[in-house]
Ligand binder design. Structure first.
Ligand code: ADP
Ligand code: ZN
Length: 524
């Protein structure tokens, strides 16, 4: 019976013919009172999974969401469909808040959006216990993960829902979670008995491309001019400074680029966001502060000029491309400096040992995606516990890179580090090391008498760029480490010994020159 009325609501209220993917099963489960943990990629249709049960079950559906800035839009969209929706958050005045509270108590609304910090106030908890609740929906549930890229401490308080309202069904939703994060969500939200609904994470219309960073800004410009002229896109940068610089650079080249980061005023941020949503071809240059909950179907590309910290972050951010199902690109420029910088940030982070180790593992997984020789999508999905053969729509499938036996090159480089450290007690960064290998008589080489080292000039067979690639891969694979105290100087790890002794061979990725042109098909 419930299924019938759910389908009825889908068609009558939302105007859709049929359910997609797991929607029907999820809705059925929640309507009949079960808890659910839902993993569905961006654009998969998560909202209906709680909106329809809220309409079918008696009482008000309470939706916890961190996206205060978007609540108004969500409520407006529902109101337009004739759904009685409202929100409670800090942007509204006291009077309006009172009205919503009254409407809730009288059962005059179907969906109530609340920010977690608001929910946890005594006033709100008291309000909720006086009304009739159909269900709790916890949106962006990965925010409860302390390892995650979007951690919100308020989310930790949400286990109170289970303690206070053990009989009300709860549905937690997210577009990104590994097996590990999924278990963490279930545990922290006390969703022990929840059924897990895991959809495929594949976004077949997104073309993944990871290129070696030379001059990221110029590479980005070429990508936009050649493949995405006039397209809406998002460019992610690590720092606020870089956001500003990159936006200016793009503007100077005739591209409508806007900046978005937490250092801008709230007014400017919401202005820029509104223009991005409204206009056709705006490029938003942003830190990761931008994007969660942004529902713009025709974002044609997401570019990263700095490497994200984890695959989960990367997946979440690139997932904002091509929600309409048409061809879109996810492009990342990645270089030696990214590895050095991220490793240093982990070393300097204030967390405890376990925390740092976990960050290190996340980074390693991201690095291995960047250095992958095989299909990117396969790697990506594998990280989320899903398998495919190969995709035919990523850079590595379309233009397979060479793998080459880099054992000897690695031995040369590692020996140079060893000589400097052990014979001279010195540590140097990448640039100087490569100068030594290539036998360059730079002022520094001469001044330090490094031309007399036995390793001086033993690497003339490879170009500077080749050496950077070798070095980066050795760092990525954990044979070298960055010593943060010495401003990014390099040191050997224990596993370097095996390579030096010839006990381990190394397969390295050779960068192929890829034309930017043709990297993504134009949407029809
Ligand atoms: P998510 O929150 O998972 O990113 P949304 O809930 O915003 O995705 O849904 C993405 C888009 O798909 C929306 O425009 C939504 O209206 C549409 N949609 C969802 N379910 C269906 C369906 N069963 N049939 C047709 N369109 C749907
Ligand atoms: Zn592929």
């Amino acid at each position: 019976m419930s299924e019938h009325s759910a389908l009825d609501v889908l068609q009558r209220v939302f105007g859709y013919e049929s359910f997609r993917g797991e929607q029907a099963a999820i809705i059925d489960h929640v309507v009949s009172g079960g808890d659910a943990l839902v993993l569905m990629p961006t654009g998969g249709g998560k909202s209906l999974c709680y909106q329809i049960p809220a309409l079918v079950r008696p009482g008000v559906g309470v939706v916890l969401s961190p996206l205060i800035a978007l609540m108004q839009d969500q409520v407006d969209a529902l109101t337009e469909l004739g759904v009685r929706a409202a929100f409670l958050n800090s942007t509204q005045d006291w009077q309006r808040g009172r009205e919503v509270e009254q409407a809730f108590l009288k059962g005059e609304i179907d969906l109530l959006y609340v920010a977690p910090e608001r929910l946890l106030t005594d006033r709100c908890l008291d309000l909720l216990s006086r009304g009739r609740i159909a269900l709790f929906a916890i949106d962006e549930a990965h925010c409860v993960s302390q390892w995650g890229h979007d951690f919100r401490p308020e989310y930790l308080g949400l286990s109170i829902l289970h303690e206070r309202w053990p009989d009300i069904p709860r549905i937690a939703l997210t577009a990104t979670a590994t097996e590990f994060t999924r278990r963490e969500i279930a545990q922290r939200l006390a969703l022990d008995d929840a059924e897990h609904f895991v959809s495929s994470f594949d976004r077949p219309n997104i073309r993944y491309q990871i290129v070696e960073k030379q001059d990221a800004r110029k590479q980005l410009l070429r990508l936009i001019q050649q493949d995405h002229a006039g397209d809406a896109g998002i460019v992610y940068c690590l720092s606020r400074n870089k956001v500003e610089e990159t936006a200016e650079f793009l503007c100077a080249h005739g591209i409508t680029a806007l900046a978005y980061h937490a250092g801008l005023s709230a007014t400017l941020r919401s202005q820029n966001q509104a223009r991005f949503l409204r206009e056709d071809s705006v490029v938003m240059v942003a830190t990761i502060a931008f994007g969660m909950g942004i529902d713009k179907p025709d974002v044609r590309f997401v570019a990263h000029v700095d490497m994200p910290k984890s695959i989960e972050g990367y997946y979440q951010e690139t997932g904002r491309a091509g929600r309409d199902g048409l061809a879109a690109s996810a492009w990342l420029a990645y270089g030696l400096q990214d590895v050095v910088q991220q490793r240093r940030m982990i070393d300097e982070s204030s967390g405890d040992e376990v925390f740092r180790r976990r960050l290190g593992q996340q980074l390693d997984a991201m690095l291995s995606l960047c250095e992958a020789i095989g299909c990117r999508r396969q790697r990506l999905l594998q990280y989320f516990g899903q398998t495919i053969e190969f995709c035919g729509n990523c850079d590595n499938c379309l233009m397979p890179p060479d793998a080459w036996d880099g054992t000897v090159a690695a031995q040369k480089l590692l020996s140079a580090v060893f000589r400097l450290m052990n014979e001279r007690g010195q540590r140097y960064g990448a640039g100087h090391l490569i100068d030594i290998l290539r036998g360059k008589q730079t002022p520094r080489v001469l001044e330090q008498d490094h031309a007399s080292l036995s390793v001086f000039g033993i690497g003339q067979d490879l170009s500077e760029q080749n050496w950077r690639s070798v070095l980066r891969q050795l760092l990525a694979q954990g044979f070298l480490m960055v010593d943060h105290e010495g401003y990014g100087t390099l040191a050997l790890t224990d596993s370097a010994r095996k390579v030096l002794k010839g006990e381990q061979t190394l397969l390295l990725r050779r960068e192929v020159a890829r034309p930017a042109k043709g990297s993504a098909p134009r949407p029809k």
